[in-house]
Design a protein around this ligand. Sequence first.
Ligand code: SAH
Ligand code: SF4
Ligand code: F3S
Length: 445
Amino acid sequence: MTKTFHIRTYGCQMNERDSEALACMLRECGYRQVMAEEEADILLFNTCSVREQAERKVFGKVGILKKLKRRRPDIIIGVIGCMAQNYGRKILDELPHVDLVVGTDRMHLLPEILQDVCTGQRGQVHTEPGTEVLGKLRGHEPGRVSAFISVMRGCNQFCTYCIVPYVRGREKSRPLPDIVREVEEVVAQGAREIFLLGQNVTAYGLAELRDQGEYRPDVSPFADLLLAVNEVEGVERIRFTSPHPRFMNQAFIESITTLPKVCESLHVPLQSGSDRILKAMRRGYTSEDFMACIQAIRERQPEFTFTTDVIVGFPGETPEDFEATRRVMDAAGFEMAYIFKYSPRSGTKAAEMADDVPRALKEERNQILLQDLERRSAAGNDVYIGRTVEVLAEGPSKRNVERWAGRTRTNKVCIFPPAKSIQVGDLVQVHIERATPNSLFGEVL
Ligand code: SAH
Ligand code: SF4
Ligand code: F3S
């Protein structure tokens, strides 16, 4: 009988992308994907280690499956991805009912590993590092308007707070022609928007140039990649995440502000506005460098909107450091941000420093930044009232299925009434009539 599987994904878009490819590979091997966990013979958890909270969720979730396992011993439970890489065999000590642990670099072997597990070889652990996964974990969900494409894996930055370089290994970029071929494939399947993914996309190709002794600070292989994707017929929009400010050079800025398909919205992680804290984080830029990038982009393309990641309560963060973060966020005009309370990760440099900002103060700083954001995004969205914008139609809105949702090029959610003439993936002109801090509302012209 065909075995069914269910994948639950935690963490970042890189994980979402890995899960999508993995599901395609498993379906090709004859497994059937189910959306309901209760219907699955195989339960896979693609996990994240970036903060303690993310790990706790998985330990909790997989922990309570012990009961299910007792009732249905034939069920297969797998912990895969970053936590698997981080803890390896230790996961089995904590959760003995888990049947397989497969790290980030071994994910492409999952079909084979599952076969072994199905024939009784349970308790398998695969965490050997390697780079073959990059080309081998492939396949796309057909019919998506917006397609994720992984352009590199790993990270070489070693920001002092971050576990990603330890669980994802060294930076490795895919060859440009491979990526372009994949873009052409997804476009042929209906994709209109291409989302290029990597932990540090602005460093795309740089490690390879360094190895060949051809690195220069003024080149940007990522800009070359954007140019190549921009030329693929059928691509309407290009987005990417995450760019590291340290590698945002002139060539990159020119490229994103001039290529017609690259959207006018940039998610660029600030982490802190205090130069002292940025140094302790080993980010490799000052608040001034950061603002210079934002200003250079704005001067060339005033339409650009910016979003960011910020950590509050990094070791030693004083009220002055925090105020510096507020000031830079305000100057950059961030309307949306992921704000994280610092969480020490064992093995990182920062974990050796005292986690000395009390939890309540981290929470208070988090709330203050959220209020600042709400105020800015309300003002930022009001600007659209009365204007006509291009929206990529994505289909019925999640909140209200009687309405359709899409995004502007500046990445604002736009809600509009459906019409027979509008299909998923169409670019429509919407006249904005009202706005909230989260969305724009309008009529299709
Ligand atoms: N490569 C991306 C970020 C990947 S991790 C970049 O450098 O921009 C996503 C976000 O998680 C980071 O931007 C950071 O804000 C947050 N983060 C990472 N480690 C953290 C930690 N130990 N505690 C709290 N937040 C953390
Ligand atoms: Fe982590 Fe820094 Fe790499 Fe981003 S750039 S993944 S924050 S080490
Ligand atoms: Fe988490 Fe791994 Fe992404 S640690 S943030 S899922 S790279």
